[in-house]
Design a protein around this ligand. Structure first.
Ligand code: SAM
Length: 287
């Protein structure tokens, strides 16, 4: 398929529509063919698949997904890019563009209507200003999703794959590992985008787990405990839990939770593995 985006540069396409890249929508358009190929390949999308793209921008990745997938829905917030996409995606008959905010899109209904409720693949060069809310929506709301292959800030990708004790380890690492098996596919320099972002980027693939690696009675409590410990990184876990849950437990009670979960009294949350948090959740859940 001839690619109208390849013939013109991103800058020329924007200029011909009298547009500029909009910072407030996180618009850094991919202009590197190799990176586009690598994202598409890493997504493992085939002609059996329905792919959801978040933020198609000028449509470069969308065109590749259109060739790889059975059907593509691309959700773009910027109304000014819709006429551009009509041009750059002309001939891509299996692509639907929705002019919507992905955070407000009813994805459950979309997947039901367009893919019979069966698991979909999500692929995107994400707008970095809302990476975490988008990923939390995709991972924690019980949507039928098989995999999420996305470009994000390299620093955020490193936080996602970090383990206990490292500086990058935090609530995001634990949430990602609870729901998925993450893998950094490659890093991407600022020169692969127009305009160039200030930071390095990385493509990460999150394969959704069939079931979490730990069993907890109360998932909400697990994530509440995780938040409590990382909101107070410098404090011991006991002090973090007491500060965040004022009046709920006494120090003696919290110390006894830790003891029952096999954790030392002075432990800091940042050294706890997902398994440790799960044990503590189940101890407190039975309290
Ligand atoms: N996919 C294109 C590419 O790789 O060149 C564009 C990627 S650009 C980093 C992010 C895109 O997401 C932009 O097109 C931007 O307008 C869009 N976007 C930003 N916020 C959004 C939101 N809340 N919902 C849907 N799209 C959004």
């Amino acid at each position: 398929m001839s690619d109208p985006v390849k013939k013109k540069t991103a800058r020329e396409i924007l200029k011909s529509h009298e547009l500029f890249a909009r910072k407030r929508f996180g618009q850094n358009f991919l202009v590197d063919e190799d990176v586009l190929d690598d994202i598409t390949e890493a997504s493992m999308v085939t002609k059996d698949d329905f792919a959801l793209e978040i933020g198609p921008g000028l449509g470069v990745l969308t065109r590749r997904l259109s060739e790889a997938a059975r059907e593509v829905t691309a959700v773009e917030i910027d109304t000014e890019l819709i006429p551009v996409l009509e041009e750059t995606l002309s001939g891509c008959t299996n692509v639907t563009v929705l002019n919507q905010d992905i955070l407000k899109t009813d994805l459950k209904a979309l997947i039901r209507e367009r893919n019979g409720g069966k698991p979909i693949a999500v692929v995107a060069n994400l707008p970095y200003y809302i990476t975490t809310p988008i990923l939390m929506k995709l991972l924690t709301t019980g949507l039928p999703i098989r995999s999420v292959t996305v470009m994000i800030q390299k620093e955020v990708a490193e936080r996602m794959i970090a383990g206990p004790g490292s500086r990058e380890y935090g609530a995001l690492s634990l949430a990602v590992n609870y729901y998925t098996e993450p893998e950094i596919v490659r890093t991407v320099p600022p020169s692969s985008f127009y305009p160039r972002p200030k930071v390095e980027s990385a493509v990460i693939r999150l394969m959704k787990r069939e079931k979490p690696p730990v069993a907890v009675e109360d998932e909400n409590l697990l994530f509440r405990l995780i938040r409590c410990s990382f909101n107070h990184r410098r404090k011991t876990l006991v002090n973090g839990l007491l500060t965040e849950n004022k009046g709920l437990w006494t120090r003696e009670q919290v110390l006894s939770f830790l003891e029952e979960a096999g954790l030392p009294p002075m432990v800091r949350g940042e050294s706890l593995s997902l398994e440790d948090f799960a044990r503590l959740t189940n101890v407190i859940g039975y309290f």
